[in-house]
Ligand binder design. Structure first.
Ligand code: B12
Length: 211
């Protein structure tokens, strides 16, 4: 494991900040820095699952990661190469789930890649997704979920789109480390992503398709 990932795993906030600053000074891209942090935070999750870390450590790892993102986000946003809006994306973390660090990275990257993003936040009820898809006329709905217990809720959102008669108007991409082809199939989503960059590529593809 690289030094930055290990410092995050060990919850050494000062070292994490030092290493992030050093990497930025060396010209390492914010995306590569996020990838390395991701490796460290996954290790935190594993230690939590093994009972070696408790909720306090989980919370602290989130705080460290949010501090890193506060440094990186302005740099990602300033890298925008697009002048005109490619299209809009509605996004949120599904009901029952309050994880938002990864979703916020996706939001930021989408914005810096020329998308208008409507971010509904966390713990979003299915009806709010449906309402916003209807009123915004977006072609992409992104659902973030990190908990296994949220599979039925993802399906619930997609079923609610069907009930509202708007399922065909929007592509649904589900994102989070737990996502897989099996979950995509079970929930009825159109695509899944376990990282932000794959998600952004998918949104580009959707808007590149002819009507
Ligand atoms: C930090 C953290 C927390 C923080 C969250 C702070 C916050 N503001 O988000 C706090 C302490 C609040 C928390 C709470 C809980 N957590 Co927690 N948490 C984590 C941890 C360590 C890191 C998550 C994170 O921020 N990762 C960093 C970001 C950058 O990665 P990411 O979220 O995966 O996002 C990337 C991709 O997944 C993707 N992506 C994400 N969303 C989307 C959306 C779209 C559309 C796309 C395209 C892509 C995409 O792109 C992102 C960037 O590449 C994970 C460990 C892990 N392996 O994920 C556990 C983890 C997710 N938590 C877990 C658990 C169990 C909980 C609690 C139930 C604990 C408890 N007993 O209370 C609660 C649940 C609260 C709730 N109702 O949601 C488990 C979930 C197990 C499971 N699979 O069901 C994990 C996996 C830890 C573990 N191994 O046990 N947690």
């Amino acid at each position: 494991m690289k030094e930055l990932a290990a410092a995050l795993r060990d919850l050494n906030e000062d070292r994490v900040n030092e290493l992030v600053d050093a990497k930025l000074a060396e010209g390492v891209s914010p995306i590569d820095i996020i990838k390395e942090c991701h490796e460290g935070i996954i290790a935190v999750g594993e230690l939590f699952a093994e009972g070696k870390y408790y909720l306090t450590e989980l919370m602290f790892s989130g705080e460290i990661m949010q501090g890193v993102m506060a440094k990186l986000e302005p740099l990602i946003a300033s890298k925008s190469s697009e002048d005109k809006i490619i299209g809009s994306v509605v996004i949120g973390t599904v009901s029952g789930d309050i994880h938002d660090i990864g979703k916020n990275i996706v939001v930021n990257l989408l914005r810096s890649n020329g998308f208008k993003v409507i971010d509904l936040g966390v713990d979003v009820p299915a009806k709010d997704f449906v309402e916003m898809v209807k009123t915004s006329g977006t072609k992409v709905l992104g659902l973030s979920a990190l908990l296994n217990s949220t599979y039925p809720e993802i399906k619930n959102v997609i079923d609610a789109l069907k009930e509202a008669g708007i399922r065909d108007q929007v592509k649904v991409i589900i994102g989070g480390t737990i996502m897989s082809e099996e979950i995509r199939e079970y929930t009825g989503a159109d695509a899944f992503a376990t990282d932000a960059v794959t998600g952004i590529k998918y949104c580009r593809q959707v808007y590149a398709q002819k009507e």
